[in-house]
Design a protein around this ligand. Structure first.
Ligand code: ATP
Length: 370
């Protein structure tokens, strides 16, 4: 069983900097776990420790029952795809793919069979005789993946494998990675700084910041129940609106119970029952309130949807969506539809009510956080 376990893993470099701090997480057999976080958060170091390219300062890494800490990289049964692809320029595509098998003295007929098979899966058959310089970025990326896949390793590691591709190709290759990983059923750890890539690919996502794991959960859980403000603002595009609000008793808590309202500027926002219950003991205090831009919809269509006052500071039309930037302050919210939002002049009251889900309001505010 190719399960992976990090147990209190720490990496301290000789200069004293701690790149990874007490990391504990596990990947199940066949699972695709994405490590995500801003630059310098320790994702690559985590992957490199797993691959054996970096030593572990404290804690334990296990693959199944086997402790990997002191196992040489080539004996770990792990294949890795790098951002740079690391192809040999003087070798053909076929020889690049077969390289690892040659080194391990796999017999030639078996080598050829496996190269043909993986080339067919990845659409590389017509390119097998070419040298890497005669390939596009996407094709090189596929060769790097093919080379990792033919190894039939217990574990596949990918470090920003799509970051050198243009946006369109990245989306296409993202789907390909996902399809391949699922059809191979190989346990995979994937590093990216791109939260959209993380959300679309992962079975579970580990979000890191300054070497510390912030949350390890499914994409849905991260989106719906972020563990802290960092996760809340990192996941979701455009980012979640965060306000510092005062909690007060009021409104209807559902089932006859008294509810909780959040006061921001001159407005009161009634909290949904689940959230109200969670903060019931904080009434009178100040907390951070997060509202996803896409949840600021049409109050007529969605009774109880939060309304926050503000003034339009800019609009961006993104095809079917309109992103309205609002300077939130104490003024009441004007209601208008998407057409009005498209035409909203900067400095006018914010048309925060859209028709359907096409209006997305991103609030930047003096009362806001972050
Ligand atoms: P990026 O997305 O930019 O690649 P990352 O999340 O992968 O970032 P790491 O490369 O793991 O981050 O680096 C984590 C921290 O460790 C950074 O602060 C980095 O400067 C530091 N670091 C990495 N390698 C070394 C080293 N050899 N010596 C000292 N510090 C290092």
């Amino acid at each position: 069983m190719a399960t992976v376990e990090f147990d209190g893993v720490t990496k301290t470099f000789p200069d004293g900097s701690r790149a990874v701090d007490g990391l504990s997480l596990s990947a199940r057999d066949g699972e695709l776990v994405v490590l995500v976080g801003p630059s310098g958060c320790g994702k690559s170091t985590t992957l490199r420790m797993l691959a054996g390219l970096e030593s572990v300062s404290a804690g334990e890494i296990r693959l199944g029952e086997r402790v990997l800490n002191d196992v040489e990289p080539q004996r770990r049964d792990i294949a890795m795809v790098f951002q740079s692809y690391a192809l040999f320029p003087h070798l053909s595509v076929a020889d690049n793919i077969a390289f690892g098998m040659r080194a391990r003295r796999v017999a030639k007929p078996e080598r050829e069979r496996r190269v043909e098979q993986v080339a067919a899966t990845l659409g590389l058959t017509p390119l097998l005789k070419r040298k890497p310089r005669a390939l596009s970025g996407g094709q090189r990326q596929r060769v790097a993946m093919a080379r990792a896949m033919v190894r039939d390793a217990a574990l596949l590691l990918m470090d920003e494998p799509l970051s050198n591709l243009d946006a369109k190709l990245r989306v296409q290759m993202r789907m390909e990675v996902s399809r391949l990983q699922r059809s191979l059923g190989v346990t995979t750890l994937y590093v990216t700084h791109d939260q959209v890539e993380a959300m679309t690919l992962a079975d579970r996502i580990a979000i890191m910041r300054d070497g510390v794991l912030q949350q390890f959960a499914t994409p849905e859980e991260l989106f719906e129940r972020p563990a802290n403000l960092f996760v809340a603002s990192f996941i979701g595009s455009p980012a979640m609106n965060l306000f510092e609000v005062e909690l007060a008793a009021g409104g209807d808590g559902g089932g006859g119970a008294r509810g909780v309202v959040a006061r921001v500027g001159g407005e009161e926002i009634a909290l949904p029952a689940a959230q109200a219950a969670a903060v019931a003991d904080r009434v009178g205090g100040r907390v951070a309130l997060g509202v996803r831009p896409e949840d600021l919809g049409d109050p007529a269509a969605r009774p109880g949807a939060p309304r926050i006052s503000g003034v339009v500071s800019g609009t961006e039309v993104l095809g079917s969506e309109v992103l309205v930037h609002v300077d939130a302050d104490a003024r009441p919210v004007a209601t208008a539809d998407v057409e009005a939002a498209r035409e909203a002049e900067d400095g006018t009251p914010a048309p925060l009510a859209g028709s359907g889900s096409t209006l997305i309001a991103r609030l930047s505010t003096r009362a806001g956080i972050g």
